[in-house]
Ligand binder design. Structure first.
Ligand SMILES: NC(=O)c1ccc[n+]([C@@H]2O[C@H](COP(=O)([O-])OP(=O)(O)OC[C@H]3O[C@@H](n4cnc5c(N)ncnc54)[C@H](O)[C@@H]3O)[C@@H](O)[C@H]2O)c1
Length: 389
């Protein structure tokens, strides 16, 4: 039993996911940070196999994930030899790297837009992925209200790279019969009605958008706590400063807007009222590296008109957090395809995503969404399964 996985984007998250999975298989690490590791799933973590990776950065394309992981993690880190067998292939670029100061070329730059769709589809048919994970640089992307608008934009090539990958996933699912597409970045796919319908009709299971890690799920759960106690939240401030390339990319306003949208949409969904809110990545400071600085301040009214404050200061390793939840999303993707669940699965998104699709779905606290997820998949804790056997 193998789950064949393609990774779009060969940066920090991909590196952590690929190295972490191999280290798990060798039992060098415990599965901490993987929410469903304590539950019985039809697929184990050892069943996940990375069969291909993509990027557009000329300094990465053609290298192996092993070489990239050595560069990203530093010489001290024990990079598993197995990653020598995964080569980084050239993906589709559109405008995803504009303004980042890297030398990048996509298949679309090399062979034109139509040629690149065909080339990518052919490669995927050869690689036979069960699950495709999108962790490319956050890019600006619009939502298409209906299939006709989405198709026109896709035909013209007037779309971000994420939407091209999503469309090729649809073509692939039609040719092969089903695939899961996990959109872990804010560029809308699960929240994109026109695109989502094309994918659904072609047999794609979509999870998205924007993996919920770091401070956002913590904020959601704190908001739920305060709401359950009927405290009036007066304002929320939450900001992040990081030193990885993702933060560097987010210093561009159009990309940052994508993030802000996914993070602020949850506040009213949980509290039921408008709260003055400032939640966004605010800066890039290289020495912080991948371990971002998070600050949060929530002010609220309690009984008898008294005002309380919550302050949180944290340093959080950004990419391993997303890589951990991807280990579950990949397995749930494969299971959902097998169950014939096409389109998107809200219960998965509600727990794992910052902006759970489909568009207009409520954003609940993660502590509530967790139990909905267990119910949806009928998951039992491993210790109970052992007692039953
Ligand atoms: N906790 C987290 O780290 C977290 C949480 C939620 C979402 N995300 C999102 O995950 C994504 C990846 O994060 P990261 O830290 O690995 O970033 P990164 O910058 O290290 O890696 C992104 C990679 O994507 C590549 N890329 C850019 N355009 C591409 C394209 N069109 N096709 C293929 N590859 C392309 C870049 O060259 C780079 O190698 C970001 O969009 C980020 O917003 C991260």
């Amino acid at each position: 039993m193998v789950i064949r996985v393609l990774l779009l984007g060969s940066g920090y998250v991909t590196t952590h996911l690929a190295t972490g999975l191999e280290r798990l298989k060798k039992k060098l690490i415990e599965p901490y940070g993987i929410p469903l590791a304590k539950y019985k799933l039809p697929y184990g973590l050892e069943d996940i196999e990375v069969v291909g990776a993509y990027d557009v950065d000329d300094s990465k394309v053609g290298k192996t994930l092993y070489e990239i992981a050595r560069e990203v993690m530093g010489g001290e880190y024990p990079v598993p030899e197995e990653l020598k067998y995964v080569m980084v292939r050239r993906g589709v670029r559109r405008n995803s790297t504009d303004g980042l100061g890297i030398h990048a070329q996509g298949l679309d730059d090399v062979m034109g837009y139509e040629g690149c769709l065909e080339a990518l589809l052919k490669e995927w048919i050869d690689l036979r992925p069960d699950v495709i994970v999108n962790v490319i640089t956050t890019e600006h992307g619009e939502e298409y209200d209906d299939v006709a608008t989405a198709m026109n934009r896709l035909k013209e090539g007037d779309v971000p790279a994420t939407h091209v990958y999503a469309y090729v996933a649809a073509l692939y699912a039609k040719a092969r019969g089903g695939v899961a597409f996990i959109n872990a970045i804010p560029t809308p796919v699960a929240n994109n009605p026109g695109l989502l319908k094309i994918m659904e009709d072609s047999g794609v299971t979509v999870f998205g958008d924007d993996g919920a890690t770091g401070a956002t799920p913590l904020t959601a759960d704190l908001l739920e706590h305060l709401t359950q106690r009927n405290r009036l939240i007066e304002f929320i401030v939450q900001f992040n400063i990081g030193g990885n390339t993702d933060f560097q990319a987010l210093t561009r306003e159009d990309r940052n807007q994508m993030k802000e949208l996914t993070k602020t949409s949850m506040v009213k969904d949980i509290t039921g009222y408008e709260v003055p809110t400032y939640i966004r990545p605010t800066g890039y400071l290289e020495p912080l590296g991948d371990k971002k600085y998070v600050a949060m301040h929530i002010e609220y009214l309690s009984f008898n008109g008294f005002r309380d404050s919550i302050y949180v200061n944290a340093r959080i390793n950004d990419s391993p957090a997303l890589a951990g939840i991807l280990c579950d999303l990949i397995r749930l993707g494969k299971i959902s395809v097998e169950r014939g669940w096409k389109g998107t699965v809200y219960e998965v998104n509600a727990f794992f995503m910052k902006r759970p699709g489909p568009r207009g779905s409520p954003n609940t606290a993660k502590i509530k969404a967790y139990y909905q997820l267990l119910n949806k998949f009928g998951l039992l804790p491993l210790h109970k399964v052992r007692t039953m056997v």
